[in-house]
Design a protein around this ligand. Sequence first.
Ligand SMILES: Nc1ncnc2c1ncn2[C@@H]1O[C@H](COP(=O)(O)OP(=O)(O)OP(=O)(O)O)[C@@H](O)[C@H]1O
Length: 901
Amino acid sequence: MTTLLQFVILGLCTGALYALSALGMVIVYRGSQVINFAHAAIGVAGAYGFYELHDVRHLPFFAAFVPAILLCAVLGVLVQFGIMRPLQNSSPLVQILGTLGVLAVIQGALALRYKQQTIAVTSSLPRDPVTLGGISVGADRLLILLVVVVVAVLLAWLYARTPFGRATSAVAEDRTSAAYLGYSPNAIAGANWAVGSMLAGTAAILLAPITGLQTNQLTLLLVPALAAAVVGRLRSFPITVGAGLLIGAVQAVLGRYANAVDWGSAVPFVLVLVVLLLRGSRIPGRGHVELRLPAVGTGRIRPVTVIVLAVLAIVVLQVLPVGWVDGAITTVATGVMILSVVVVTGYGGQVSLAQVVLGGIGAWVAGRLVAAMGLGFGPALVLGVLAALPVGIIVGLPALRTRGANLAVITLAFGVAVEALLFNSAPLTGGDVGTQVGFISLFGIKLDTIFNPRNYATFCVVAFAVCGLAVANLRRGKAGRRLLAVRANERAAAAAGVNTTAAKLYAFSVGAMIASLGGILLAFRDSSIVYYNIQAFHSVDVLGYAVFGGVGYVAGPLVGGILQPGGFGTNIGNLFSPAVQDYLPIIGGALLILTLLTQQNGVVHLEARRWGRWLDAAGSWLRRRRTRPVVLPDEDPSVPRVQPKTLRTEELSVTFGSTTVLNGLSMEVAPGQVVGLIGPNGAGKTTAIDAITGFVQPSAGRVLLGEDDLTRQPPRRRAEAGLARSFQQLELFEDMTLFENLLVVSESRSWSSYVKDLFWPGTPKLSPAAAAAVRMFGLSEDLHRKPTELSYGRRRLAAIARAIAAEPSVILLDEPAAGLSQHESAELEHLLRYLADERGMGVLLIEHDVDLVMASCDTVTAIVFGTEIVSGTPEEVRRDATLIEAYLGRPVGVDVEMEDR
Ligand SMILES: Nc1ncnc2c1ncn2[C@@H]1O[C@H](COP(=O)(O)OP(=O)(O)OP(=O)(O)O)[C@@H](O)[C@H]1O
């Protein structure tokens, strides 16, 4: 028992340092809404600075400590102003990568100077043993614990009670409003980066005497600190400290009682997994802001170009010097791994920092099958690729309830755990000696890289071509459109009936299989695979390479793969100096940062545009081919009536916290009926639509469509049952053309397309209902355009057309006339009647344009503060005094016309 307590206390001390570093992350996040993945790197840079001054130049503790943490502050401020400020409106992916670029540069710079050696650092804190209740612990550990608790209390006070803290909270709440109040968001962000970075430095300086100073110390500090900060919601100081202490204590106990395996490395992963799964939500809330990810290509294949390039590559490989063939192998094999990022992040919009580890798992399975079971390379490769599939699904599971930076944290933590438990486990991998796979061959062709590197390089090129074609096919097929819909807007995707769960898990599983193939190709370059070399943090580089090349483009990975050490980048660098190899991590990090600042869509996007311009200049016939107009199916005069179903809400109530926003709403929308739902701002109209379509759970009441009780169904099932909705903010899929937007809602939801599309995506065609919607709104000229290329009015019409294209029994329109011209509003009125009278749809219309409501609705329900105040024909409602009073805020006579709001 005493031993257990002793380890708990020791663990608490290490945990206190995680907590200290995590507190810094929380501060940075509060000030700038950025999760800083370079946080530990900045801290470790400070620790090296401290070491130089204190241990090498023998300055007293504080004379070394103060400049060291000031160095961290300067680094933090430079990162904020030089990189994060320009990226402040970018997607979480881009912001994460910005900090990861900084991490690569700092780590690369430290590795240049200090290599991989571990430096012993002397402690300035008193280390005499202190005995507490029979347990003896070093005084330095207790002091650290005390320091962290004091810092947490001070921070809590600073951020709750001082003007600086209030200003930071105001900026965190809303940058624009804070600026109106006179706060400078940038100055506040800079100050928080400085304070947060100083805490990172303090934590690293205090940790160095315990663990020794090493550039790889980042893992030791970064992952647990990230985990603690995420558990504290990047806001709460006490919860963050508690989580850090918990991680430290559990790790210490596991290290004592289960030390055969490094279970401690898995603690941050397990903790974050449990917390995020419990806390997350399937569909993001209404306030979720979708920031655009880098651009996605069309996936269009030019077969002649592909064949010519592949043949050319294979021919060139036969004559290249051997050093360059090795470079080609590394570049192309890494390219295969990066293709997995194109699927998961480029198409699926999910940030995964586990791709290298997934590749490593595939390589491990294949390697063991060859070495231990004597299986041939071919079958081992197939089984290795298949083995990654279930692991990919496991990695993808958290993505069902969390997204963005949180997902990046959890996938990184997963990678670190697998690295420690599998790749660093000598019994499982063969340790330093590795796994002997010998000289491999396939169908009698020798593929070893010692005597037959050109064959292996050719095999890598073929593997890339096959995967690249599959990924391009995926982009053009139904499955790809589902992924892009989820990436662009999860809420709208769910409302369109897309199974977001299936789409995400599909992206992760296909990504895992491709990553696994890449991992196998990289591992089997050697006749002895040393799994120690597979590092979880390398996924960070791979994600960076992907964005550098163009994360949405199939050709991007080949450009990104050049940066991989040992690839073409090394070959090119060696032409100038062999030392370039050492600088590659720094160059890679700097290039990534530059790409993010200047061209987030990647090199290939830039080139594609350049080529596009060239094609434009080359002749109009080529231009015609590029912007081939989408052909609508012939007009079908008999667009069928929809399946008639009546929507009923029974005593529907919604409560947020203690506030009841919707209070027992009962209404009915029958087939062929247009029903208006009106009320002043904040009355609860959108909440009613959200509750009917499954985006918020009602606290009481029922939602029925025909005979089906939909009250507990997710949005997708309600869409399948026959409900479609438009959103106030339109929520179109911005990365897709209008044609693709319409396809997402109207094409069949077959599961088979998840497999078929990889090989044969087919030619997409609009359904008669979608084509009719396009004609109705005169959108045929806009079909090949993306929503951003349309005027606001046309975007609105496009959003309504998309909802109609799903052929719903009942359509719910949330302020469809907002921003429309008078002419367009008149057309909308005509359309609403057409949908009800000719197509038999039930229409629920939320609108502030009272004239439109009165002219087009059969019945109108008015709500105020979530409660129905009147319901009846437009004429009855128009003359209701209570409603007029609610709208105008004062009692009036019945003859007063309601204002057109
Ligand atoms: N997720 C939420 N958490 C807490 N309160 C919420 C949430 N969503 C909406 N509300 C509150 O519920 C009330 C009703 O909002 P709702 O958007 O449904 O009104 P509305 O009638 O559609 O208004 P408008 O006409 O301005 O769109 C508002 O006070 C709003 O602030």
